[in-house]
Design a protein around this ligand. Structure first.
Ligand code: GRF
Length: 183
């Protein structure tokens, strides 16, 4: 199974997916970022994985930007597109073209807290539990069918930073395994 990983930032999930591919049934055939300064680009170099960079700021519309992503995807033709901290909304036409083949990981127990600032929202709501969700991408934001969720108890001294780290630690463990089980 061939996958391409989309990211915009730090890339801890990207790294765990690249590192674990030797243990699982998938092959990372490429990576993509919209952010020329993303730390994840160095991680791609480390794992000798080609990273396509297209800066969304060079385009006037989401559709024009996504058209260029389409061309890239048609060239490499992956089985799955794995979003790992990819911070752009994907246009409906691109989602439709790859229906059922785009997977995302979101740092909340969906349907709670789609969108940004999930750790802050969980703390503000004094939630007892927090976690992460792996789901299929549909054109509605963070709303596609859920593949897997993992949760943990929020402790009294948790902060946005500690929740970010706890969630990422779980994500880095379960994302490679879940991708492998997609077949
Ligand atoms: C993760 O927490 C993921 O759930 C969210 O963005 C974060 C990306 O982190 N979509 P990283 O870049 O993989 O470290």
């Amino acid at each position: 199974m061939k996958i391409v990983v989309f990211f915009s930032g730090t890339g801890t999930n990207l790294e765990s997916i690249l590192r674990e591919q030797k243990n699982y049934d998938y092959e990372v055939i490429g990576a993509f970022t919209n952010n020329p300064n993303a730390k994840g680009i160095e991680i791609c170099d480390k794992y000798e994985t080609e990273c396509k960079i297209i800066d969304h700021k060079d385009f006037n519309s989401r559709e024009d930007f996504d058209k260029n992503i389409s061309i890239f995807l048609d060239q490499i033709n992956p089985d799955y597109i794995i979003l790992a901290g990819y911070m752009r909304i994907i246009s409906k036409s691109l989602v439709d073209d790859w229906e059922g083949q785009i997977i995302n990981i979101h740092p909340s127990l969906l349907p709670k807290y789609p969108g940004l600032d999930t750790h802050k929202k969980a703390l503000q709501a004094k939630d007892k539990m927090h976690g992460t969700t792996i789901h299929y991408v549909i054109s509605e934001l963070d709303a596609g069918p859920i593949i897997r969720q993992e949760s943990f108890e929020i402790e009294l001294n948790d902060t946005i930073e500690s929740l970010t780290n706890k969630v990422k630690e779980i994500e880095n463990k379960i994302y490679p395994e879940t991708i492998s089980n997609l077949i």
